[in-house]
Design a protein around this ligand. Structure first.
Ligand code: EPZ
Length: 446
């Protein structure tokens, strides 16, 4: 398992190209199961999550390969009843194949995706939507069997604007008889891009990006060539890299309109974001030190996927900040790690209360999930001395070559391969200090 070794305090400069979006690549890859014809996807980042989705598609009998930068997918035959259990447990986004397989052939058997470190991640809204389309859903021995003689369009109200449920239901409804209306749908840019891709295949979807999406089912879907949108969360992460190191950098391949809430908060903190004539974004973080109050919300509110990164920035703000996580029930695991670096953060329920400190101190910390790991890298860029971020496999799931991109900008960050025993020892060291930290905190309430 690899670790990142970061020597903090370096200013960043220059420009970096943002990759294609992970969180639309995965549903779009699943949507390729809806047609027998070959599909060509451009700008899909070769992340570990993308490679896992490729394995899921291969195990379903699909031909999928990278041809230079183009991802070619041809699902002319479907093998088996659904994605393999080992891959679904490894990557819960595999559950996005459910809607496509249901739309393609009216049945799927798939293991329950289970929770992850940030929360329970239930699928009740997905299943309720499939049933509204005329499917039956039966759970047995950790699997769920979803079947429909014929999917029929209907009106579906989502109790929560779930991104995954909206995506799964759009895919299933695209091949249903009649019209489906999804109300209280998720409005994320990834929903719009998936709808654009499905329409390029011949679907008839309107209203994506609003709370009401209308899908007129069609008999067949065909081939398409599609370029995925830039990754707004990677872009936001690099914006915070400029802000936390008080630097000025340029980002290429960014749709600023997808980052309105993040841009507004960074400007409120003192950053400047200027769109250049060539479409790039100049980020000036030299004076980005004001404290903030942040509440995560469904799009277009502040994205939960940027919560940890902004928290890293706010550990060094001049004053007190409050960060409230309203989307997932356990998305503060970066707090203990940031406190180990000298941050002053106290968690009460779904809110974290920060008092800015003058400096963070480099320390061995552990990445617990994708965005928490990114936050620790950002903290390491600003910390005094050396920070080691363990278990970077979490970060590699959602950031393509983040260490190389940061090095290009002038950061002192190295990826170091760890032997198994060394990795365990390092992990135990972090756990040991975690225990000490717990004792210390218990002994001396703030
Ligand atoms: C997508 O997850 C993203 N993943 C997540 O990004 C992102 O954090 C999330 O949307 C919210 O924006 C991908 O796109 C692959 P949800 P998803 O369904 O679809 C509850 C990252 O870091 N809920 O909108 O699973 C759920 O418990 C990842 O890139 C139900 O209650 O998110 C959660 O509290 C992390 N029942 C809330 O909705 C359901 O049936 C949001 O979940 C489904 C969801």
């Amino acid at each position: 398992m690899d670790k990142f070794v970061i020597l903090g305090g370096k200013k960043l400069q220059g420009r970096v190209k943002i990759s294609g979006a992970k969180n639309v690549s995965l549903p779009i890859m699943a949507a390729c199961l809806l047609t027998r014809e070959e599909v060509c996807l451009k700008d899909v980042p070769p992340l570990s999550d993308v490679h896992n989705m490729m394995k899921v598609l291969e195990r379903l009998g699909t031909r999928v390969y990278f041809d230079n930068n183009n991802l070619k997918i041809k699902a002319d035959v479907i093998r088996g009843e659904g994605p393999p259990v080992d891959l679904v447990s490894k990557m819960r986004a595999s559950f996005l194949t459910a809607g496509a397989l249901l739309g393609r052939r009216g049945r799927v058997k798939i293991s329950l995706p289970g929770g992850c470190s940030i929360g329970r991640r239930p699928i009740d809204l997905h299943l309720k939507g499939f049933r509204a389309l005329g499917a039956t859903t039966e759970e047995a021995c950790g699997y769920i069997c979803i079947r429909a003689k014929a999917l029929r369009g209907d009106r579906i109200y989502l109790d929560f604007p779930s991104v995954g449920a909206t995506e799964n239901l759009m895919m299933a409804a695209s091949r249903a008889l009649g019209t489906t209306v999804i109300e209280n749908a998720a409005e994320e840019p990834e929903i719009v891009d998936l709808a654009n891709f499905l329409n390029a295949m011949g679907a008839k979807i309107s209203g994506a990006g609003t709370k009401v999406i209308r899908i007129e089912g069609v008999e067949e879907l065909g081939s398409a060539v599609h370029t995925v949108i830039p990754d707004r969360i990677e872009a936001g992460t690099f914006m915070v890299a400029a802000a936390i190191t008080r630097s000025r950098i340029i980002l290429d391949n960014v749709i600023l309109d997808h980052l309105k809430a993040v841009a507004a908060k960074l400007k409120e903190a003192g950053a400047e974001l200027v769109e250049q004539n060539d479409g790039s974004i100049l980020v000036s973080g030299e004076n980005c030190s004001r404290p903030l109050d942040i509440k995560t919300l469904p799009y277009p509110g502040f994205p939960t996927d940027m919560q940890a990164q902004l928290m890293a920035l706010l550990t060094l703000a001049r004053g007190r900040s409050v960060v409230t996580e309203n989307i997932f029930e356990n998305r503060f695991m970066h707090v203990a790690e940031l406190n180990r670096m000298g941050a002053d953060i106290r968690v009460e329920g779904s809110s974290a209360f920060l008092t800015g400190v003058k400096k963070l101190q480099g320390f061995p910390v552990r990445s617990t999930d994708l965005r928490a790991g990114a936050a620790l890298v950002l903290a390491g860029l600003a910390a005094r001395g050396c920070t080691e971020v363990l278990e970077v496999k979490h970060i590699d799931r959602g950031y393509y070559h983040i260490d190389e991109k940061l090095r290009q900008l002038g950061a002192d960050i190295q990826r170091v391969k760890m032997e198994e025993e060394e990795d365990t020892a390092a992990g135990e060291a972090v756990e040991h200090s975690e225990t000490l930290n717990l004792i210390e905190n218990t002994a001396a309430p703030r």
